[in-house]
Design a protein around this ligand. Sequence first.
Ligand code: PGA
Length: 250
Amino acid sequence: MRRPIIAGNWKLNKTPLETVALIQELKPLVAESGSEVVVCPPAACLFAAKSAIAGSTIKLGAQDMYFEDTGAFTGETSAQTLFELGVEYVILGHSERRQHFAETDASVNKKVMKAIERRLKPILCVGENLEERQNGVTSEVVRSQTKLALLHVGEGNVPDIVIAYEPVWAIGTGLSATSVEAENTIREIRSTVAELYSSDTAAQIRILYGGSMKPDNMKSLMSMTNIDGGLIGGASLKASDFSQIVNFQS
Ligand code: PGA
């Protein structure tokens, strides 16, 4: 059985003080959930977030990291730094990083390898943009992104990786893929993992949906066999919305 995981991608929102306030508000609201709950605040808020989650089951995630350990890379954050800050998950290859910060499949792959080496669990984002969707190449795009990101990753590490299928046209737009569309693409991603490794490993890896997931569409998305949770942007910034998604089973 794959345990559901609901992760909040706060993007560039919340200061350290606001981070603590949101986590304090969330703590009692998510305490009874059977899902794994992860919050991913901005990097400079992780230290404050680590203290704030103490005594709860909420886990910490980062939104990105660099693939080198040290060196002349002004502005970057290493995997080891995240690990020492108490981070367990790291979002890698988010479409906003690909679009605005020149992230490529090759750099995403290097980051996935480094995250694993430093005992962080990648939340690897894949997804087609609007043009690719209109051209009917969604399946090819997500298959290729998945394969390239997992290049050289040993099978034993795969169950610790989480994949987030995020159609780019659905992120922050209020437009969401239908549950059936999301399920079909996520099934393709799972079969890509089966082709790369084995059906056993494919059955273990958790694959999330992301893109305008909210309290009003979460139940139908989460009822799909292959959808193991959500990567939530906008709706993760409000404790009431995020906790409703976390508690989708109740
Ligand atoms: P959204 O963002 O929920 O605001 O669409 C999701 C994401 O970018 O991870």
